[in-house]
Design a protein around this ligand. Sequence first.
Ligand SMILES: Cc1cc2nc3c(=O)[nH]c(=O)nc-3n(C[C@H](O)[C@H](O)[C@H](O)COP(=O)(O)O)c2cc1C
Length: 327
Amino acid sequence: MTRTAERPLRRALTECVRLATAAPSLHNSQPWQFGIRGMEVDVYADPSRRLLVLDPSGRELLISVGAALLNLRLAIRQAGFRSDLHLFPEPEQGDLVARVTVGHPAVPSPAVTALAEAIERRHTNRHPFARVPVPDDVLDDLRKAAQREGAFLAVAHPPARKAILTMARSADRLLHHHPGYLPELARWTGNDHDGVPLWAAGPGRAAAVPLRDFAELTKLPRRNVKFEPDPSILILATNGDHWPDWVRAGQALQRVLLTATSHYLATMPISQPVEIPALRSRLLAPSSGLHVQMLLRIGYADPALATPRRPVADVLRLQATRHRGHS
Ligand SMILES: Cc1cc2nc3c(=O)[nH]c(=O)nc-3n(C[C@H](O)[C@H](O)[C@H](O)COP(=O)(O)O)c2cc1C
């Protein structure tokens, strides 16, 4: 590729990286970096941003990176190109999670455009949702979105929902007993470019919904607020439970969240019970053979606002030229 052709492509890919960073991440930790080289974008995990207490294995870190990866793929597709995806392309380089190679020009389909347009409209919503059921055809779309990325999505019907919500509340209590939990929460709240801003914490505590309260360490009034009594809860699971499965789970999570956003649904990830191994294994019947990766609360609500992200320059690595690189 000539230098004159390279510059607009680099600009376009930098914008795709910016859209990738709009992805959700555990405590808005944004544990990712990107490297652009010619037609390739390398996606890295940033282990310095792993939450040591909540996420000792790095599972949620890779889910977060997977969510950013899905955004990147969609943004490239929306920019008018196909792309190839290679997970862990250089096994000796464990933090290199994926390489996305820009392919042939192709007009994006309306379905791609709908998801790409949802990237900057999707925000975690910790407010009460309306007492309106989610239609079955929308739930079907969400299931298909998870399947498309190699994961499974189940709707928790009562009484499974009741049991899951009880476990989520116990998980929240158990986490509070971990000596490192609150300092870690403090590290990731109320910052300028990362962490969860206090205004995103929602209006207060809820008996019916296992909220993670990002404002509990502040003087903000935390009152008991009436949330929907029977929240719609989804369970996202994968066949395996290794690094590539976690990245797949992240891509599936993000495709589900964007599909939900395109249907004007509000969404809120719930990860407390998945963070406690003894509870995680009870969220689905062991006979399913599946590994739960995330719970989601969905419903209808006034839109939530965008939380901050680091500037794109902060997440771009300088890439060395590879010998077999593109010219
Ligand atoms: C792996 C993972 C776990 C999360 N767990 C929770 C959670 O337990 N409770 C919650 O309110 N939000 C949770 N979130 C949402 C993040 O806090 C949110 O994505 C982040 O603060 C950025 O905000 P945004 O989603 O509005 O862009 C989780 C997100 C990810 C990717």
